[in-house]
Each structure stands twice: as C-alpha cells, then as structure tokens.
Design a protein around this ligand. Structure first.
Ligand code: DAH
Length: 347
C-alpha cells in the first residue's frame, strides 16, 4: 500500500482508539509509537519517498504522529481519573484525609481541673438552671428584699410578655450560689457539691467585664463543719491548682448568705509574692469569696441549723484562667478566634 494510503488508514484507526485499562493503553502505545511501532515504521519508509512528495507526506505523517500521541494521552488521563475515583470508594487501605481536630476551650480546661481537684476530696458535680427565679437566686440566700444586687444594673430580668416591661420574677442567674439552694432543698446532708456554670450580669462589655462569665460554687454541709475545714479545703485547692509553694490569705468580707464571710487571696503566682504589676505590688491576688453558710440559709432550705453547719465558696473561672494563662482580655474567651484557641492545644 502506498505510504499516503497507510497514513490515511492509521488516521482513521486513531479516531476509534479505545483502552479499558492501563495495560491495554500501553499495548496501543507500543503498537503505534514505540521504536518498532507502526507509525515509527512509516518514518523509516518516508526516507525513501521521492523528494517532490516529501513535503506533503511529511506533513501528513507528523499530523498522524501528533494525533496518536494526543489520543493516547487523553486515554491515559481518563484511565487515571477512573482509577482515582475507584480508589476513593473501594480502597480501604488508602490514607484518610486528615481530620482537623479542634482544641479544648481554656475555660473548659480550667473548669475541669477545678472539678478534678475537688473530686479528690469527695465533691460531686451539681447543676442548676441558668434561667432562674428570685427565690433561688436571692430570697433563700438571705438577700434582703431591697438588696441592690437585684438592681436592673446587675441582674437581667426576663420579660414575661415580649416588649412589656413589668417587674418580673424570672431572671438570668447572676451567680451559681442559686444551685446551693436547689441542692439543699432536694438533698439531705451530708452534702458536698461543686456547682460549675455560666452566670449573667448587666455589665458593659470590655477587656475586664462581660455580660456573662463562669463560676464554680462549692458547698459542704454536715455535722461539725468548721471554718478550719473551709480553710484547709481552700489551701489544698490552691496548692493543687497553682503549685505547692502557694500561700493563702483570708480577709473578712460580707456576703448575705455566709456568716462569717471572707475573701481569699493567693500569693501572686507571677512574682511569687514579692510584688509585681499584676498583683499591684501587694504580692497577693484575690481569687474567691467564701464563708460559713448563714443559719438563715440553712433554715430557708429546710436544714436544721442547730444540727448542721457548712461552708461555701464561689470563684470565677475566667479569673483563675487569667492567673494560669495570663489572658488579658476577657472578650477573647467568647470570640471563637482560632488563633487564640489554638494556643491551648498542648494544655
Ligand atoms: N456568689 C458570690 C458572687 O457571685 C461568690 C460567693 C461568695 C459564693 C461567697 C459563695 C460564697 O458561695 O460563700 O460574687
């Protein structure tokens, strides 16, 4: 057959070229384009064509080779795509796509650490509602009816009818001490609970204040519970949380639900008590409020104050977290900025 006709025949074959898999494709490549392939053979033949036909035949031959190469490359891509698709469905040994794991929130880490420390001395977890009533948040905790904590500046009241501002009994709890009243009215002493949770206050949001934050409340009621027990429990907690060299100091204070009441400072864990800008040169930082449960509270909750006594304490989780991790701006805790959250990956 004349060279021109052979080129035409092969050209037609190229249009119908098919391969079901990589082996078949390789066989085609060898058949047409390898050193001993049919198209390569035509180039050898081409050497002996008369000079006047060289130009036309040369062009046809080059076009044939290009068409063959393009066709084979297209088929190769198709087969590769198919293989990739099949693998993702069927190949169970394939390395999985990496799952982007999130990180624990610093407040959760610290809350869990507080829970863990107190669980070692017998405290269990108690929960209460965030939407509360006046009785559990204030009334039963010995807050006088005119106490300023109920002020609209501090407490968020929930309107019963939307848009109708009437005095209401439904509010967002402003402290976790409300869980004390719920536990004392539903359990009999001895009671030893830790009440973690979110609380709400009507504060302007800034680096140092937020309209919601987190507290952990502690309550221990039994026969013969004394202030010395309170001090020991808090000293144990402080050493476990901030290191064995930590000292504590109790300063007299006032809370309606405890008598006597105190505020507790720990020796500044940044300067070790020598005085720095964090502790304002005093060597001490306040971390919680505490005291002996007021007999009026026990009685309001149906516990005989002549038989039982107890202590309570309440601390801010954000405050403890700041001390541990030096987070300067409270807003970072609720902004969900992964650049902030990722920093706690290894904690
Ligand atoms: N409820 C107090 C507050 O939110 C904290 C507190 C102080 C809780 C003394 C207590 C306590 O149980 O004994 O500021």
């Amino acid at each position: 057959m004349a060279l021109k006709d052979t080129i035409q025949t092969l050209m037609t074959q190229m249009e119908g070229l098919k391969a079901a898999n990589a082996e078949e494709l390789e066989a085609l490549r060898i058949k047409y384009l390898s050193k001993k392939g049919e198209i390569t053979a035509l180039f050898n033949e081409f050497r002996s064509v008369p000079a006047e036909e060289k130009r036309e035949l040369g062009q046809l031959l080059n076009h044939l080779r290009q068409t063959a190469e393009t066709r084979i490359n297209d088929l190769r891509e198709k087969i590769n795509d198919q293989m990739a698709g099949d693998q993702s469905v069927n190949d169970l040994t394939r390395t999985p796509d990496p799952i982007a794991l999130g990180t624990r929130h610093p407040l959760s880490l610290v809350r869990e650490e507080i829970e863990e420390i107190f669980s070692r001395i017998g405290f269990t977890i108690a929960q209460g509602p965030e939407v509360e009533d006046d009785k559990h948040v204030y009334g039963m905790l010995n807050f006088a009816p005119e106490h300023p904590a109920r002020d609209m500046q501090d407490t968020f009241f929930i309107e019963k009818e939307i848009g109708v501002q009437k005095p209401t009994d439904v509010l967002l709890r402003s402290h976790t001490s409300s869980v004390q009243t719920r536990v004392m009215t539903s359990q009999k002493p001895p009671i030893r609970v830790l009440c973690p949770g979110r609380v709400y206050r009507n504060e302007a949001i800034s680096a140092r204040a937020h309209c919601f934050f987190h507290q952990v409340e502690g309550l221990y009621i039994d026969k013969n519970v004394s202030f010395a027990d309170l001090r020991e429990a808090l000293l144990y907690f402080s050493k476990e949380m901030f290191g064995p060299e930590t000292k504590i100091r109790l300063r007299p204070s006032y809370f309606p639900f405890t008598e006597p009441s105190a505020e507790m400072d720990i020796s500044c864990n940044i300067c070790g008590g020598t005085g720095c800008s964090f502790c304002k040169g005093t060597g001490w930082v306040e971390i919680l409020g505490c005291g002996m449960v007021d007999p009026n509270v026990l009685e309001a909750c149906g516990i005989d104050s002549k038989v039982y006594s107890g202590f309570a304490f309440g601390m801010g989780v954000e405050r403890i977290t700041n001390l541990k991790y030096r987070v300067k701006d409270l807003r970072l805790f609720s902004e969900n900025d992964v650049r902030f959250l990722r920093q706690f990956e290894s904690c």
